[in-house]
Design a protein around this ligand. Sequence first.
Ligand code: SAM
Length: 337
Amino acid sequence: MSLAHPPGGALVDRYGRVARDLRVSLTDKCNLRCTYCMPAEGLPWLAGPELLTDDEIVRLIRVAVQRLGVTEVRFTGGEPLIRPGLVRIVTEVAALDPRPTISLTTNGIGLDRHAPALRAAGLDRVNVSLDTLDPARFTELTRRPRLDAVLAGLAGAASAGLAPVKVNSVLMRGINDDEAPALLRFALAHGYELRFIEQMPLDAQHGWDRTAMVTADEILASLRREFDLRADPAERGSAPAETWLVDGGPARVGVIASVTRPFCGDCDRTRLTADGQVRACLFATEESDLRGALRAGMDDDELADRWRAAMWGKRAGHGIDDPSFLQPARPMSAIGG
Ligand code: SAM
């Protein structure tokens, strides 16, 4: 195995994986305080000068798309809709040649207002996070009474033509683990595509407990009490979700079983944090500083090379099952989920 990454070309790693899907965190701040993500008081946020500017973000995405073969860009956070420059960033990324696919992961608050402008700017798709349909539970889980705003955001995304609208749900034992069928009924009724995400050890409080986690098998068993699920014959590729046809299809439901059925061997992701650090994996403990490099005057070729070097070191797997596993210092909200 070579110790140095090959010169030029795409973002390859030592295991032959090629990263073409870039997740860009636009902020570490969020307007919700989901109990499994952040403490009630929030976190020590990144200071203004630490954040990449809009121009720096667009420049790094241009490097990724034009020099490193990235074909998909997903904006996330924190909550990306609270970044003032979002529409401008999307407009500039959509003008790149070649044009990447552009998507957004959001909690949906304000999406009804922003969706038409985002669609016009070039946004292709959205994933909206929604863990419960019960207003009291939503308020307890997110510490904010905003279920109506999220539902309005979902409807606004659909009417703006951001198709397919995907819904991401995390189930937690004793909190909302009885809601899988109701969430699927809701998604089917509105034409949204639902995906459940296994809870991962990425919370700021380090309170994740494997034995308490709701597994993919449990989620599927719960859905099967109400729905007929057949494995989706469509090629999965590097998609994190395993999908099932619901009641014969064409509607589908997905499960992202990062913990119990890891898919690291097919991972094609590279991540850029809001403060300009490249991460090869959600669970990486190392980062490579592109912000410092960029501000020190590196040109695009040099930045591309630094990014390649960071990805070359990507580990074979996230290692949650290794006895030596260490949760990354940064929580999900600061990495970009
Ligand atoms: N604020 C945006 C949102 O709500 O979608 C983007 C960031 S949020 C961190 C992205 C996704 O990560 C959400 O669907 C959230 O439920 C999920 N998430 C947060 N912490 C998680 C954890 N420990 N395990 C699995 N998913 C988690």
